[in-house]
Design a protein around this ligand. Structure first.
Ligand code: PHB
Length: 395
C-alpha cells in the first residue's frame, strides 16, 4: 500500500480539485460562444449604411476562421431603424439577455451617443463602424472607432481648397453632429489659410430639401460650395444642384467623400464628373489588398460595390477578432478593450491605426475626383495626406 500521510493526501486532493476546476473553467470558456451584437439601421433613411456595414462584417467573418481560442464567434444583427431610442433598447437587451461580448455598428451619430452609457455601465466594448462625429469616442471609455471622423476630411479639404484657388466658399451641411463638425473644421481651416466663408447653411437630417439653399448659393456666387451629407443623401444634393443649373455657373461642388459615396456614385450621373472630395476610402484605391477586397465583396453581394461603410465593418470585425486572439478567448470587457487599442494593420483603405489614447482611428486622407472609368464613375485618388489623426482631439 502506498504510504502517504493524511496531510499529504489532503494536499494532493486539493491540488486535483483545483486543477480540475481550472480545467473545467477553460473548457466552459471554450464552449461558450463569443457574441457580437451588431446594431444597424437596416430600414429607414440610413438603410444603405446598414446594408454596407453588415456586408463588410459578414465578409470578414467568411474569410476568417469563426473559432478563436476555441470559442465560436456568433453574430446577432438587429435593425434599429435609425432611431436612438430603439438603438438603446436593443443594446440593453443584447447586453442583459443575450450577454453579448461586444456591441458594434451604429449607423448615425445619435445612435452611438444614445448607447454609450450602456457600454460604460456594463463595461462592454462598443465598436463604432459608421458614425463620424469627433466627440463620439469621448462619450464612453469603452468606445473604439474604425470608421472615420468628419473633421479629418473637412480639414484636409480646407487645405486643398485654399491651394486650389478657392477663396470664398459657402457651406451646406446636415444639421446634426457630423454636419456641424464639417462646417466648423472646414471653415476654421479655410479662414486660417486666408479664405472666407460667405454663408453657412444647415439642412434638416430627415426629409432634407436642398433646393431653397441651392438657390441662395446661386445668388451668392461663391468659388465653391462645401457639402456634407451622410452616406445615402448625396443623390438628392446632386440632383437639385443640377436642376438649379448650378453645374453651369462655375461654382465648384466640393465636400467630404460621403457626398460621392461609392454605393450611389454611379447613380449621380455625369454631372458628378470632376467633383473633388476628401475621404479615407475609395473602391478604386490602388492596392492589392483593396482589389481583392472589392472582388470578394462584389462576388458575395450580387455585384454591390463596397463603400467606406463596408470597409469600416470589415476592419471593425478584424479589430474584434484580433483582440479575442490576444486575450486567448477571454472577453471580459476591460481586457478585450485593451487588446483593441493600439492595433495597427493594413486595411483595404490603406494603413490604419487605432490610437490607444483616443481609441479613434488614424489613417490616410485622400484627395479624389470623380472620373469615368470603363463606363463607371469612381472617386480617383490623386493625393495622399498620411496618418491623419482626428483634428477634434489634437487641437
Ligand atoms: C453620422 O451620423 O455620424 C454619419 C453618418 C453617415 C456618414 C457620416 C457620418 O456618411
Amino acid at each position: 500500500m502506498l504510504n502517504i500521510s493524511k496531510r499529504t493526501f489532503t494536499q494532493l486532493t486539493a491540488k486535483v480539485v483545483l486543477s480540475l476546476t481550472a480545467f473545467s473553467a477553460i473548457t466552459a470558456l471554450a464552449d461558450e460562444p463569443f457574441k457580437i451584437g451588431l446594431i444597424l439601421p437596416m430600414t429607414g433613411q440610413a438603410a444603405s449604411t446598414g446594408k454596407q456595414v453588415e456586408a463588410g462584417v459578414r465578409l470578414y467573418m467568411a474569410q476568417n476562421s469563426g473559432k478563436i481560442a476555441g470559442r465560436t464567434v456568433q453574430l446577432i444583427v438587429k435593425d434599429d431603424t435609425g432611431l436612438p431610442d430603439v438603438t438603446k433598447r436593443i443594446a440593453q437587451e443584447l447586453v442583459v439577455n443575450d450577454k453579448v461580448d461586444v456591441l458594434a455598428g451604429f449607423g448615425l451619430t445619435p445612435l452611438a451617443l444614445a448607447t454609450a452609457p450602456i457600454a460604460t455601465q456594463s463595461k462592454t466594448p462598443l465598436v463604432v463602424m459608421a458614425a463620424a462625429t469627433s466627440s463620439i469616442t469621448l462619450a464612453s471609455p469603452y468606445i473604439i472607432r474604425t470608421s472615420f471622423t468628419v473633421p479629418q476630411a473637412a480639414v484636409t479639404m480646407g487645405d486643398w481648397a485654399s491651394k486650389n484657388g478657392i477663396k470664398r466658399a459657402v457651406t451646406l451641411v446636415s444639421d446634426y453632429g457630423p454636419g456641424l463638425d464639417g462646417e466648423k473644421f472646414f471653415k476654421e481651416r479655410l479662414m486660417l489659410n486666408g479664405g472666407q466663408i460667405m454663408e453657412s447653411m444647415r439642412v434638416p437630417l430627415r426629409n432634407a430639401d436642398f433646393a431653397p439653399f441651392l438657390q441662395k448659393v446661386r445668388d451668392l456666387k461663391p468659388d465653391a460650395l462645401f457639402v456634407f451629407v451622410p452616406s445615402g443623401q448625396g443623390t438628392q444634393v446632386m440632383k437639385q444642384f443640377v436642376e438649379r443649373g448650378l453645374d453651369k455657373t462655375g461654382i465648384r461642388m466640393i465636400g467630404t467623400g460621403d457626398v460621392t459615396d461609392d454605393d450611389l456614385l454611379n447613380g449621380l450621373g455625369d454631372a458628378a464628373l470632376g467633383i473633388v472630395t476628401t475621404h479615407h476610402y475609395s473602391a478604386s484605391h490602388k492596392s492589392a489588398m483593396n482589389q481583392k477586397f472589392v472582388e470578394a465583396f462584389e462576388k458575395a453581394n450580387n455585384k454591390m460595390r463596397p463603400n467606406f461603410m463596408a470597409v469600416s465593418g470589415y476592419d471593425g470585425t478584424r479589430v474584434i477578432y484580433e483582440a479575442l486572439k490576444a486575450t486567448k478567448g477571454k472577453a471580459g470587457g476591460d481586457e478585450l478593450l485593451a487588446a483593441m487599442k493600439g492595433q495597427i494593420f493594413e486595411s483595404p483603405r490603406g494603413p490604419i491605426f487605432i490610437d490607444a489614447q483616443t481609441r479613434d482611428v488614424v489613417h490616410n486622407m485622400y484627395i479624389r475626383k470623380v472620373e469615368k472609368i470603363n463606363g463607371e464613375l469612381y472617386n480617383t485618388e490623386f493625393e495622399t495626406i498620411n496618418d491623419v489623426k482626428d483634428p477634434g482631439k489634437v487641437q
